[in-house]
Unconditional design. Sequence first.
Length: 328
Amino acid sequence: MTVVRETDAPPASHPRPAGASHRLGRGGGRRLVGSGAWPYLLIAPAILGMLYLLAYPLVRTVLISLQDFQLRQLIQGDARFVGLRNYETLLTDAHFWQVVRRTFLFMAVNVTLIMVIATLVALVIERLGRVGRITVLSALVLTWAMPVIAATTVFQWLFHSEFGIVNWALQQLGFTSFDRYPWFAHGTAAFTILVVLIVWQSVPFAAITLYSALVTVPTELYESARIDGASARRIFRAVTFPMIRPIFMLVFSLEVIWTFKAFVQIWVMTNGGPGDATTILPVYAVQTALSSQRYDLGSAASMVTVLMLAGVLVFYFRQMFRQEGEAL
């Protein structure tokens, strides 16, 4: 008689005590709650710092623009509310509207040149070889990394009336009328130099960003367009630009903001002069607050600048979304 023994039988499972599953679930729930709150605790200092550095100055500016706030009030702290009187004074000033027109002209010229040049540079980089591409990108990064005040000081020396290399180069080319030519004493010349400076500083960021968008366009689209006999201009208009349009609009919006609120270059180079030839809204606000010690009017000018910039961007985005809706 043969006895068969089951050696591979699974061990008997022990019954789980009642309530163990419930306790595990409650413990797991507590861990999930803790892990869910921890990320918010980590970013809380950054959010609080951002609110203090951004929201508090904005609120303070709004309050000052609604007060009679001059040098005496700054020292004694007895400012009183005057409602919208500062805004009324500002908006009925003819000189203020001259500054507004100059600001929009300055913004339009700069942004147009930046976007055109940056797009051309990005297209050139895309067609260069590896060595040429690295060389151009390195030059752009170095230009972009130069501090604003350092670059402004360099441009001041370049266009110096007596020691500037620009006057020397023009004289060597036969333009003798530029001997000791005072560039910063003429409004149009100073305005043009500032445009060149800001465009030179802004093109690297825009070009590198647009190049990063160009490399994402599938090469199959270019090959299909060339097979169909499309010209280079047609390929850019029908293939390239629609693919990079979101990035292009983002860069455009950023350049509008940065150019609209340009201050450091103008303040360091010309201080808004000669006369008011290079005074735009941010410079006008500082001049009003510091020179005239009308901090209330300066704050009002700053808030009007913010509202105008917001209005320009809202109008632009509405037009963009409307065109995209019609295309769909």
